[in-house]
Design a protein around this ligand. Structure first.
Ligand code: SAH
Ligand code: SF4
Ligand code: F3S
Length: 442
């Protein structure tokens, strides 16, 4: 880069909300180091990919993207790989994509300012690959939040569960929580800046353990919800093993806590759950669901499911289908099992054919769709609160989100201009599997 020229960067983010939020922190760090963010690869001096490795497809996408842009190296552009593929592949990335000059896992982002200096000095192999033993979390005052009304706070990083199919314990390091004081201070700062919707994040958010010993997860949730000015508090993802009854009590007691729990089950068969090392049985999972269903509020339930785990028989799969009917989720994220490096399940024969996995996935999705359609009918004629997110001009509709995290498209009088981030009451007139339609209630 010529002297005096502006330092510019482009960043693309793959993966979960933790990655999206990490990117906000990385962007903030780069801006504070004098970089300017640009929206195209062509304009950028530094190109960063914040990567996901949860399934093979996600990881391969990164290498394809890097290969696509290899030719840009001749223009003096530099490339950095961040996130879960960076941590997993480490120095191997330099061999596979020699035009990359920075590889940095999420546990090393706090070292980014030094790494950028090395990069600018022309070092072609800059790495930040702290292993899973770090105790540090990445909190920064420089977070560049992409939405001015709804924002994330990571309260716990890493994972100690080691489910037999999952890369996260290897890519994100050991579980480490922030103190409740630091979480509450960040939440208060956000509210002062005008945020009304806060989402607490963690790979297993409810495995949170306050290092200062002051608050349980449920108490922290309630405390964030009680900050004056907060309208909505969400939390994701909850692990069934650590899902305690006091979380439901907190949702019942504190109206700002959203009436939605995402509780990934993965499989309805205790045999498969055991092979996955999920640390709960079908019955224990259903017990947690019964607590949620016994709440005074109508709490929306969603989940994650994997089909085709090694050894999953047709009967096991039928148990998963039956579980959907029993729980009546409002929605589910469904995946075909993907063998991942370092994981225990990699040594099991991945004997279920791709065709069979696809078939099971299609059956599962069809069944869940029926349930979602039926479930969402309960909102018909209800008046629900939506946070206004934007306007679809061609459809002449506004769109927003309900406390249960459902997309709500709605009409309002033509001459009325709604403010993004405001809350309105909407009467629901139509319902679908993945969204609701309504009209502004006056
Ligand atoms: N910590 C959360 C899940 C985080 S990963 C939990 O334990 O519930 C997000 C989802 O990706 C998982 O719930 C799982 O359904 C899916 N997933 C993880 N590893 C996978 C793999 N190897 N193949 C297919 N899906 C996977
Ligand atoms: Fe992965 Fe299991 Fe940890 Fe969730 S709990 S992140 S699925 S190892
Ligand atoms: Fe992907 Fe890493 Fe998140 S593997 S799902 S970006 S923790």
């Amino acid at each position: 880069m010529a002297q005096g020229e502006a330092k510019t960067f482009y960043i693309e983010t793959f993966g979960c909300q933790m990655n999206v939020h990490d990117s906000e922190k990385v962007i903030g760090t780069l801006l504070s180091e004098g970089y300017q963010q640009v929206s195209t690869v062509e304009e950028a001096g530094l190109i960063l990919y914040n990567t996901c490795s949860i399934r093979d497809k996600a990881a391969q996408k990164v290498f394809h993207r890097l290969a696509d842009y290899k030719k840009l190296q001749s223009q003096g552009k530099k490339f950095g790989v961040l996130g879960c593929v960076a941590q997993q592949e480490g120095h191997k990335i330099f061999e596979r994509a020699p035009h990359v000059s920075m590889v940095c896992g999420s546990a090393s982002y706090r070292n980014l300012p030094e790494m950028l200096v090395q990069l600018e000095a022309g070092n072609r192999r800059v790495t930040g690959l702290d292993d899973r033993h770090t105790d540090q979390t990445f909190d920064t005052e420089f977070t560049a939040r992409s939405n001015q009304h709804r924002g994330y706070i990571t309260i716990i990083e890493g994972c100690d569960k080691f489910c037999s199919y999952c890369v996260v314990p290897f890519t994100r390091g050991k579980e480490r929580s922030r103190t409740s004081e630091s979480v509450l201070a960040e939440a208060r700062r956000m509210v002062d800046q005008g945020f009304t919707d806060i989402q607490l994040l963690g790979q297993n958010v409810n495995s949170y353990r306050d290092p200062s010993g002051k608050k349980t997860f449920a108490e922290l949730l309630a405390a964030v919800g009680e900050i004056a000015g907060i309208k909505r508090v969400r939390f994701t993802t909850s692990h069934p093993r650590d899902f305690t009854r006091d979380i439901v009590d907190a949702i019942d007691a504190v109206p700002t806590l959203c009436d939605h729990v995402h509780l990934p089950v993965q499989s309805g068969s205790t045999k498969v759950l055991d092979a996955m090392q999920r640390l709960y049985t079908r019955e224990q999972y259903l017990e947690r669901i019964s607590w949620i269903k016994a709440a005074r509020r109508d709490i929306s339930l969603t989940t994650d499911l994997i089909v085709g785990f090694p050894g999953e028989t047709r009967e096991d799969f039928e148990e998963t289908i039956a579980l959907l009917g029993e729980v009546q989720y409002d929605g589910a994220f469904t995946f075909k099992y993907s063998p991942r490096p370092n994981t225990q399940a990699l040594s099991l024969p991945d004997a279920i054919s791709e065709e069979e996995k696809s078939l099971r996935l299609a059956i599962l999705n069809e069944r869940q769709k029926q349930i979602s359609v039926e479930n969402n009918k309960r909102h018909l004629n209800q008046t629900v609160e939506a946070m206004v997110e934007g306007r679809n001009h061609s459809r002449k509709q506004w769109y927003g989100r309900t406390s249960q995290n459902k997309v709500l498209n709605f009409t309002a009088p033509d001459d009325l201009s709604l403010t993004i981030g405001s809350y309105v009451q909407v009467r629901v007139t139509q319902s679908y599997a993945n969204s609701l339609v309504g009209e502004l209630a006056v």
